[in-house]
Design a protein around this ligand. Sequence first.
Ligand SMILES: *Cc1c(COP(=O)(O)O)cnc(C)c1O
Length: 223
Amino acid sequence: MLNIEARIRKAAIEANRDPESVRLVAVSKTKPIELVRKAIEAGANIIGENYVQEARDKFTALGALSASWHFIGHLQSNKAKYAVRIFDLIHTVDSLNLAAELNRQAAKINKIQDILIQVNIAEEDSKSGVSPSGAPSLIEAIAPLAHVRIKGLMCIPPFFDAPQKAQPYFRALRLLRDELEQKNNPNVTLTELSMGMTGDFEVAIAEGATLVRIGTALFGRRE
Ligand SMILES: *Cc1c(COP(=O)(O)O)cnc(C)c1O
């Protein structure tokens, strides 16, 4: 935890960025509740989960502790009802259908649900996310929904052994964000860039990441 926080600070400073502008999402998918409790007690204030049912169990046990919960997995519309009750930020919205269902469920509980738009930045067949060219119209379509609010973009670039190879993709997400910001969609702010994981978060910070999603380096390898 301390070691990772120090690496985040160092990467931010080397990029001439305010270290406070980068937040750590502690990714605890598949890890037991007691390990997550320890992480929160050690100072992790954002917990990232990939599966709604697993997150519900953890949130039931730990929701009273002072941590914010983020959803970073693939969200099916039929789980939107539960997701809006748990998560402060959903990183993985990539269709109007899903946004509309989140909007409907958030309205029911009088919430405005913060979301990020997941972009399939390398246009890989195996990955979710809107294509970069489809992002402008998707954002324009979601913007009018009163109970969801777009806060930024998220991506998962291809996996490389050498983290520097991911840099063009992180840069592409930042440039896409800069371009989309010019459109000045009402109710849309694109301050957040969710990018970077255990293997490449320092490179992502150099390219402007504001949320780094780190699992393995904090909790050890997953089965
Ligand atoms: C699992 C996961 C992470 C964390 O990956 P690590 O390599 O373990 O740090 C980050 N983002 C997403 C979307 C994930 O599914």
